[in-house]
Design a protein around this ligand. Structure first.
Ligand code: GDP
Ligand code: ZN
Length: 329
């Protein structure tokens, strides 16, 4: 009995030694069409393809594998094939486009989500910012806001910026205001990004690449507006990419993301991810209050008294409408 167990043990060991790299674990850094660039634990990188079986498992997704996924890869007939995906710690998902039920995972296994917000050049709509914050909240991912290009702001608008910062800081978000082309911002970029896995978003031209370069100049990401237009034009779909920082951590950039179409949320849940509304929900007369025109609504009272910002409430209504229109499909 003892001998038998021993012999099967040693058989197993021999097997492992003969094929030391049978199954290798790695992290997906980039997805382009049907290819996935995987970085292995030893630092090497390879383009991999996907086994058909995984593709079929998650039918309502446009992408069965996302940047950030931990996968196991095996070489088959000279090709590196992704065999399976390890369970995701978290992920950010959205409807792929406004008019589809198909969903897209933007990234997985991240520590924080960061948005670069610009008041002008380009103008970032508040709806975009707020739906980003709601999405991050719904997936329990800490969110941070970087208000960039403040050097372009006219002096006369300074008080608007101060108001903005106050609103979002009071909600508990980390908010930084800076000019990414000013070296003084290096320490902020490093402090925010080093050692963490961050999903970075913002409108094209808002300064995402400039900001990542501050945290790690070696990356030397292209920053010219022209090249960005070109890059965007070529990749009409979103190909997210993960950049490793020398100081540790990764930044995931998804260049084509312009909107977060909410998914997986009930109408009555939307207010749960508006921290200023969450505090008041128990005071509404109806437990299923949507805070639109119901009597004795604590949220509407909060707007009346100025406690809740009107632009935040507009974003809330917009998200509600968007979810409603989708649920009517
Ligand atoms: P991305 O498309 O979000 O990656 O934006 P880029 O990083 O490529 O920046 C777009 C343009 O804005 C570039 O020409 C940058 O030099 C410029 N830019 C970035 N940050 C600032 C800033 O704080 N102030 C000003 N004036 N320009 C900036
Ligand atoms: Zn209410």
């Amino acid at each position: 009995m003892t001998t038998k167990a021993k012999s099967s043990d040693s058989e197993f060991e021999t097997n492992e030694l003969q094929h030391p790299q049978e199954l290798q674990e790695g992290r997906v850094e980039r997805t382009t069409g049907s290819f996935y660039r995987v970085r292995f634990q030893d630092g090497s990188r390879t383009e991999c393809v996907l086994r058909g079986k995984i593709r079929l498992n998650e039918l309502d997704l446009t992408n069965p594998i996302a940047v950030g996924d931990l996968v196991r890869v095996r070489r088959e007939d000279g090709i590196q094939v992704i065999q399976d995906i390890l369970p995701r710690e978290n992920y950010i998902i959205r409807r792929a486009t406004k008019s589809t039920a198909k969903r897209q995972i933007l990234c997985s296994n991240i520590d924080q989500a960061v948005i670069i917000f610009t008041i002008e050049k380009p103008h970032t709509p508040f709806g975009f910012l707020d739906s980003f914050l709601v999405t991050a909240g719904a997936y329990h991912i800490p969110a941070a806001v970087v208000v960039n290009k403040i050097d372009l702001m006219r002096q006369s608008k300074q008080h608007k910026l101060d108001e903005f910062l106050e609103v979002y800081r009071n909600l508990g978000y980390r908010v930084e205001a800076l000019s990414a082309n000013d070296p003084d911002s290096i320490s902020i970029a490093q402090d925010l990004l080093s050692g963490k896995k961050s999903f970075l978003t913002g409108r094209s031209g808002s300064g995402k690449s400039t900001f990542v370069n501050l945290a790690d100049p070696n990356l030397n990401l292209k920053t010219a507006e022209v090249s960005k237009t070109h890059r965007y034009g070529r990749h009409t779909t979103t190909f997210a990419e993960m950049f490793e920082l020398e100081a540790g951590g990764w930044v995931i950039d998804a260049p084509g993301v312009r909107e977060f179409h909410l998914t997986d949320l009930e109408l009555s849940e939307v207010a749960h991810y508006f921290p200023e509304m969450l505090d008041k929900l128990s005071e509404c007369r109806f437990h299923n209050c949507l805070h639109v025109n119901e009597p004795d609504c604590a949220v509407l009272e909060g707007i009346e008294s100025g406690e809740i910002s009107e632009t935040r409430y507009m974003s809330y209504l917009y998200m509600l409408e968007e979810l409603k229109s989708h649920q009517e499909y």
